[in-house]
Ligand binder design. Structure first.
Ligand code: ZN
Length: 209
């Protein structure tokens, strides 16, 4: 399979000329008319404004730096060197093909090399990448790569399970279908024992806590 040379833009590769807010709102009016409605009718008067604001939230990840989030590591006094797993991180993202939402859970793991990071930072990294236009495959890989680069981890593993609105609301219209993606790097990629451990940990039924 041909490997794509393009990567999702990040804070360094943002387009230099961002359109103005007025241009963005005008684009929403165009889409409303394209859908078949009248952008001038009272019910839609504030919609372009609201959509522009919502885009600011949906895509806030373009203005955040995941590697910077991971920079505040600390040395663990007990010398912890085993796998750290954060399970069931809820996320919402938008597919880059239809700007349709997809949502689900992420399981994130890394094996520290002396330094560990606050658990909330792991969830934050998932959120930053999710709040960009994505494919689930790219999203999974970007999170794993950030753990390797940002933490200098010995290994990283990411598994994501999500439902895509572009599958359920258009095209084949299959509700309930789940897409599972996984990416392993470092010793999680090379060592099957680590990988099996990760899979066992994320598949453990919730303790009910
Ligand atoms: Zn899609």
């Amino acid at each position: 399979m041909k490997k794509s040379a393009t990567v999702a833009p990040n804070i360094e590769t943002l387009p230099p000329r961002r359109p103005t807010r007025a241009q963005a709102e005008e684009a929403v009016r165009t889409l409303l008319a394209w859908a078949g409605d009248d952008p001038a009718r009272p019910g839609l008067a504030l919609t372009p404004q609201r959509v522009a604001e919502a885009y600011g939230e949906y895509f806030s990840g373009y203005r955040a730096d995941p590697i910077a989030e991971l920079s505040s590591t600390f040395e663990d006094a007990t010398g912890y060197d085993d796998m750290v797993v954060l399970k069931d991180i809820q996320f919402e993202s938008h597919c880059e093909h239809h700007i349709a939402p997809f949502r689900g859970i992420a399981h994130v793991a890394y094996i520290p090399d002396g330094r560990i990071v606050g658990l909330s930072k792991l969830a934050r990294v998932v959120e930053i990448y999710a709040r960009r236009l994505q494919t689930q495959e790219a999203l999974t890989g970007e999170i794993a790569q950030a753990l390797m680069d940002g933490l200098g981890a010995r290994g990283a593993g990411v598994m994501m399970v999500a439902e895509h609105d572009c599958m359920s609301m258009r095209g084949v219209r299959r509700r309930g279908a789940k897409t599972v993606t996984a990416r392993f790097m470092g010793c999680l990629q090379t060592d099957e024992a680590w990988r099996n451990r990760f899979l066992a940990l994320v598949q453990t039924a919730d303790s009910g806590a």
